[in-house]
Unconditional design. Structure first.
Length: 746
């Protein structure tokens, strides 16, 4: 028997389907999707490969090499995933291996489920040593006390509980106080088995929810269907997902639910666990390889068939997949920033089309592209118009910062906002303040000559960090010392400009000395679970003012928040990006959605310079339709998505010349293929090639970057351009990356 395989590691050039034979000793039923070892090339080097088809023509006229072995007999990739791999190659011009890597964990199949533990060699002796003060080091004492209390324990648990590093354990081992061992996985890690939370019953759906659920489930007739559940936060979308999942689950279908960033949505995960218990697996970026592999194995084996996770979970090997649900589908985290730069929405669409299942998106502020699909009938629109608890929408006030300046107010707080904040604190209510930047104050600026320090390697403005008394490059992480005077004009009036979370915190302390403040940004949330801690502290009322970036717009409900301030709502409008208005609209709407989630009425203060911009006006009225109509007209007139597809080719190299020469060559090749309709599908009707330009971030990690922007009638046209670009890049020995309908244009 012969099979076709694709290589796990390959360049685009060699990425083809190769035919091998299967020796009789290796014949098995489950070859499709299996991982095998094959002899490859002249030297017959052993390579990992995946079986993409099994050929039934018994006697091939040619000699084909036999495979060496089967690495993993059960299919590693299901039929629908094999289809997905092919589609991804076509759409993102990546290799089969690039796509497959997203579907299987690196450390694929742990032989034994073991975990390292530590235990005391002699607990009686240990007790004595402690009592007689023989051990003086506090960390060592902690570990010994912990082990006396709990007996043999997982090393990871000891490190966490005692707040120590493994060097303490090594020292104790050298002193012959402790020893290491390994225990079978099942004995020590019973997360799911022991997770016997009482399951929660479903709620009784209100009429809008019922209508949506019926429309979705009424279509379980084996045809592909796509839905957008449009409803503000708190309108009961999640309950709709859950009831749909429940019904599908009862019928034996598996479901994948994607959430934007799992650490921001702990509530969603715990709600899932309470509803579906042991049938749920959670996949997100902070799992370590072992944890990931374990979750993946449970899903692939069918032990669990409901998956909740971030972007990468869209590839999960779920049995009998019935639906993929994407919550907050407008979030940028659904788009990968590394090659292949896939969009989870596209992946979900491809997968569910192939299995004739359901694709359900939910959002309060849908992507303009998604909403347009509803308008053109490709997606079925379902609306939830009211909030569940009948709480009122907040009142909204727009403050023109230019007028504040004229009135002599140079503070970051407008007079109205300051007054409202004071009122809220007096009434013992809570306030959320949103800003767009992190760091003490955006960047340094010489007030005399206008000089702004930039990173030598990345040509972006450096961010001023007060805690570190330094300047940090957010692209490459390089830290610079703070200049005492301007290096250009030697003046000393070089100070911070713009306002970051830390500065707002400082200013808030001065302005409201009695406020209890919490800050949430990337700097305060690096550790595991730190988002959760800040949010629940605020929820419990340990503070009455929470300052943060977009992060605080999601997740927890804060019933006691009555005031939301958005400090510089129009900061994002200045980005060189066709989605700038859309992002501004989404931020304001989301932020406003956090006010008044209870019986107390909420109020929102929006501060901006461009107060007349349509994104701000419509957002302040929570008028999505109005915004959409204006935005879609702009997209159409400019030929932006969803009308055309934008392609971004980024060429980078360690010298300016080589990058530019390669970019020019790519552009020439592309132009050439426009003129030669015989040899390519490209033509001036379906493709527009912009001029080469320096990337907005011209230099990153000492590499020079040039970009070419393309506008095409569809994404497949772009994919053929990317193949041409890759060929040139290989010849010219430069790096090239590309993106389709990018969420970030830098
Ligand atoms: P969304 O996902 O749109 O933000 P949720 O589904 O989280 O909304 O619902 C908001 C709140 O209302 C939750 O606390 C939820 O438990 C509650 N809820 C949702 N649907 C119902 C219902 N049919 N009856 C009672 N409470 C509901
Ligand atoms: Zn840098």
């Amino acid at each position: 028997m012969n099979i076709k395989v694709v290589l796990k590691q390959s360049t685009l050039q060699f990425d083809k389907e190769y035919i091998y034979s299967v020796p009789p000793t290796l014949l098995s039923e489950n070859l499709l999707g299996a991982k095998v070892l094959v002899p490859f090339g002249k030297s017959d080097k052993s390579e990992e490969a995946f079986v993409v088809s099994v050929m039934n023509d018994e006697n091939s006229p040619f000699y084909v090499k036999p495979i060496l072995s089967i690495e993993q007999p059960n299919p590693v990739l299901f039929d629908d995933q094999l289809n997905l791999v092919k589609e991804m190659c076509r759409k993102y011009s990546c290799t089969h291996g690039d796509a497959i890597k997203l579907m299987v964990p690196t450390l694929s199949f742990p032989q034994e489920k073991t975990n390292k533990t530590a235990y005391l060699n002699d607990s009686f002796l240990s007790e004595m040593m402690l009592n007689e003060g023989e051990i003086t080091h506090v960390n060592q004492i902690r570990v010994m006390e912990y082990l006396l209390e709990y007996g043999e324990s997982l090393i990871s648990d000891i490190l966490g509980a005692c707040q120590i590093t493994s060097s303490t354990l090594t020292t104790l081992y050298r002193k012959k106080i402790i020893n290491f061992s390994e225990r079978a996985y099942d004995e020590v890690n019973q997360d799911y088995e022991s997770l016997q939370l009482p399951l929660e019953e479903k709620l009784i759906a209100n009429s809008e929810q019922k209508d949506s659920i019926e429309k979705i489930l009424g279509n379980l007739k084996g045809e592909y269907r796509e839905y957008l559940l449009h409803g503000i936060t708190g309108s009961g979308k999640t309950e709709v997902y859950f009831q749909v999942i429940n019904e599908l689950h009862q019928q034996g279908f598996g479901v994948i639910l994607l959430v934007p960033e799992i650490s921001l949505t702990p509530q969603m995960v715990s709600r899932m666990n309470k509803r579906f218990g042991k049938d749920v697996r959670v996949i997100h970026s902070r799992l370590n390889q072992r944890e990931r592999t374990e979750q993946w194995n449970d899903i692939r084996s069918g032990t669990a068939n409901i998956v909740v996770g971030a972007r990468c979970a869209v590839f999960s090997p779920v049995h009998n997949l019935g639906a993929i649900i994407i919550d907050e589908e407008q979030e940028t985290t659904y788009k990968s920033q590394t090659h292949p730069k896939y969009n989870a929405l596209d992946i979900a669409r491809i997968r569910m089309r192939h299995v004739n299942g359901l694709f359900i998106m939910g959002s309060a502020t849908p992507n303009v592209e998604t909403y347009y699909r509803c308008k053109t009938g490709r997606t079925i629109l379902l609306s939830l118009r009211k909030r569940i608890c009948e709480s009122q929408l907040p009142t909204v006030e727009i403050i023109d910062l230019r007028e504040e300046l004229v009135a002599g107010n140079r503070s970051i707080f407008s007079r109205a906002l300051r007054e409202k904040m004071q009122e809220a604190f007096i009434k013992d209510e809570q306030v959320l303040l949103f800003i767009n930047r992190r760091g003490y104050s955006g960047f340094l600026l010489c007030r005399d000559c206008g000089y702004v320090p930039k990173c030598q390697h990345c040509s972006v403005s450096l961010t001023y960090h007060m805690t570190h008394k330094s300047l940090i490059c957010h692209y490459c992480g390089k830290i610079y010392t703070l200049p005492r005077k301007c290096p250009i004009c030697q003046n000393h009036r070089i100070t911070g400009f713009g306002a970051g979370t830390q500065q707002i915190e400082q200013l808030s302390k001065m302005e409201f000395p009695n406020a209890r403040i919490l800050r949430m940004d990337q700097d305060t949330t690096t550790g595991k679970g730190s988002h959760e801690k800040i949010l629940s502290a605020f929820e419990k009322g340990e503070a009455n003012l929470l300052i943060g970036t977009q992060m605080i717009a999601k997740g927890h409900d804060f019933p006691n928040v009555t005031l939301v301030g958005i400090l510089s709502a129009d900061l994002m409008l200045g980005l060189p990006d066709f989605r700038a208005s859309e992002r501004t609209f989404q931020l304001i709407t989301q932020a406003a959605g956090r006010a008044g989630r209870s019986i107390k009425p909420g109020h929102v203060v929006i501060q901006a310079y461009n107060v007349d911009d349509y994104s701000i006006l419509y957002a302040s009225r929570q008028d999505y339709e109005g915004f959409f109509d204006q935005e879609i007209a702009y997209r159409q007139s400019m030929g932006y998505p969803p009308f055309k597809s934008i392609g971004l080719i980024m060429v980078s190299s360690d010298t300016e010349d080589s990058a530019l020469i390669a970019a020019r060559r790519i552009r020439t090749e592309l132009e050439g293929s426009l003129k030669d309709p015989m040899s390519s599908s490209l033509s001036s009707e379906n493709l527009e090639i912009m001029d080469i330009s320096k990337a907005p971030t011209h230099m990153i990690r000492n590499r020079y970057r040039y970009r070419i922007i393309l506008k095409a009638t569809n994404e497949i046209i772009l994919a053929s351009c990317f193949v041409i670009a890759q060929t040139v890049a290989r010849e010219k020995k430069v790096m090239v990356s590309f993106d389709t309908n990018p969420y970030q244009m830098n």
